[in-house]
Design a protein around this ligand. Structure first.
Ligand SMILES: NC(=O)c1ccc[n+]([C@@H]2O[C@H](COP(=O)([O-])OP(=O)(O)OC[C@H]3O[C@@H](n4cnc5c(N)ncnc54)[C@H](O)[C@@H]3O)[C@@H](O)[C@H]2O)c1
Length: 325
């Protein structure tokens, strides 16, 4: 019997490729860039399985092109790039990679939090420029972390890890989520509050919600006006959760003290003016970029796809209802 044909839309860590190659005929996007939508449509034709990335828009057109596909494995925990309801309608299972990148992403949120409030990037630039005149009592004064209030918007896996890592800084933790988080409440005496209360009382607001219609532009002008003028925003979730143009306005107007972002509304492009602001730290969507996390994502995505190719329920299936159809 011939091996199933799998398409991988970009080179991922070898551990995932090895798992797939042991059982499948594997073709990988040869370019070190995301495929265009047209290239994606051409390459998914006749495949049994697709391993895709958050930069691939997997929509009805792709499902039309990939007639007979047995499964789609996303190399990410977020799956806003995939039209899952459409996949379900067509009986195509879809999976993601939860858990393996939780700590890495929370660690990046902490790295960004410190970088922005202690003005690390701005200070580094001055040192490199040769313009530092020597120690000064008013130079680079930033926000305090110990004893401050951390607001977590979306207390799921990553939001919980973000909260738990605050222990060493004796912070007061607030969170907003539809679901009660007993871990945060029991271990940190965290308080579940509504979104507006969180904005009004937090010194650091860290975003960990998935991108969904309800969370698109959750952060805009109104949210920034509710935040403390001394507060910082940290976003490691998805860019469109924040209205980036309105964030630039808020930062320029001094409505909040600063922002640290790993994700952008229209990646790889940033809103006009964002990169010119000194009170902003910007990283290129690298929150999960650690050795174990990226390797874990590759292993999990491949494992999910192999299960789907065998007609079995993938460990991280997002639409298990397809198996009941
Ligand atoms: N920057 C990166 O590289 C990177 C890496 C990993 C994950 N992420 C993003 O982080 C997101 C969260 O990942 P996770 O594993 O913690 O997911 P999760 O599903 O465990 O947690 C998400 C939480 O958000 C809550 N939520 C949903 N809508 C909400 C709303 N309107 N207000 C408040 N809470 C709401 C959910 O109830 C859930 O508890 C992913 O969807 C992904 O987009 C980004």
């Amino acid at each position: 019997m011939s091996k199933p044909s799998v398409y991988v839309t970009r080179l991922i860590p070898q551990v995932g490729i090895d798992l797939l190659q042991a059982e499948c005929q594997v073709e990988i996007n040869p370019h070190d860039r995301p495929l265009t939508h047209q290239e994606l449509l051409e390459n998914v034709q006749g495949r049994d399985g697709i391993l895709c990335l958050l930069t691939d828009k997997i929509d009805a057109e792709v499902f039309d092109a990939a007639q007979g596909v047995k499964g789609i494995a996303n190399y990410a925990v977020g799956y806003d790039n995939i039209d899952v309801p459409e996949a379900t309608k067509r009986g195509i299972p879809v999976s993601n990679t939860p858990g393996v990148l939780t700590d890495a992403t929370a660690e990046m949120a902490w790295a960004l939090l410190f970088a922005v409030c202690r003005r690390v990037v701005e200070s580094d630039a001055v040192m490199r420029s040769g313009q530092w005149p020597g120690w000064g009592p008013l130079q680079f004064i930033g926000g305090d972390v110990t004893g401050a209030t951390l607001g977590i918007v979306g207390a799921g896996r990553i939001g919980t890890a973000m909260g738990l890592k605050s222990k060493g800084f004796q912070m007061k933790v607030l969170y907003s989520d539809a679901i009660r988080n007993e871990v945060l409440e029991q271990q940190l005496q965290a308080e579940k509050v509504d979104f507006d209360t969180l904005l009004e009382h937090s010194d650091y607001v860290s975003i960990h919600v998935p991108l969904m219609p309800e969370t698109r532009h959750l952060f805009g002008k109104n949210a920034f006006q509710r935040m403390k003028k001394t507060a910082y925003l940290i976003n490691t979730s998805r860019g469109p959760v924040v209205n980036e143009a309105e964030l630039v306005d808020a930062l320029q107007a001094g409505e909040i003290a600063g922002a640290a972002l790993d994700v952008y509304e229209k990646e790889p492009v940033m809103a006009e003016g964002l990169k010119d602001l000194k009170n902003v730290v910007i990283t290129p969507h690298t929150a999960s970029a650690t050795i174990s996390s990226r390797g874990g994502m590759a292993r999990l995505a491949a494992t999910n796809l192999l299960a789907m190719l065998k007609g079995a329920k993938a460990p991280n299936c997002l639409n298990p209802e397809v198996y009941k159809q």
